[in-house]
Ligand binder design. Sequence first.
Ligand code: FES
Length: 258
Amino acid sequence: MAFPPETHAAAAEIIARYPAGRSRSALLPLLHLVQAEQGFVTTEGVAFCADTLGITQAEVGAVATFYTMYKRRPVGDYLVSVCTNLSCALLGGDEVFARVAERLGIGHDETTPDGSITLEHAECLAACDYAPVMTVNYEFYDQVDPDSAQAIVAGLQAGERPAPTRGGPLCSFAETSRQLAGFADERPEGVAGPGVGEPSVAGLLLAEAAGWRADQAPAPLVATGPPLAGQGTGPASPAPAPASAPTPTPASSERKGN
Ligand code: FES
């Protein structure tokens, strides 16, 4: 299936955003454009990118197989990504994944038989302040637990589009891919969703309260609560040397230097 003229026009629009002679820099958005058209990075899509940019298919393949956002198998309308990296794992991310997998009847990198939902383990989704998190088509569902995560995928299975915690309303994988290729979300409500929450700006609020500026060394924070156990109110003093610390002998020093 050849790409239609509209796809070639979209590719030209993407390439025009880069300096002359640097068209190969457009490869990343072009790969998203391919996914928007064909659901994953097809062999035909690799050839399209190579021909359009004047590079080899091997170069396109090297990029497409390096980044996990480029899919090598068909993705459903909804890509469900459950973070199981450290912060989320500590707060139950693996159990969230297990319950979602149970609900969908599929495992990592698999798609439901009706082709509608793809599930994947994800590495850190850059939302550790809301752990454990999952995304659907890269829209965030914060601080999920096994029950709420299962309810979200149950909604997808029922043909609904559960509202993400932040950002615009959910759209399809193809629509998301087109946005990732650099084309605006045309829906008026696409930019009307909730913005960042308090956990994301906690550091900013702390810096403001302390009068810190990015171009100045920070003033020390003044503790407002009671001291922690073992914490004095005066300046920190060096820890005493362990009473049993061995004194190096000439013989041991020589061995160390050998
Ligand atoms: S570890 Fe899950 S978002 Fe960072």
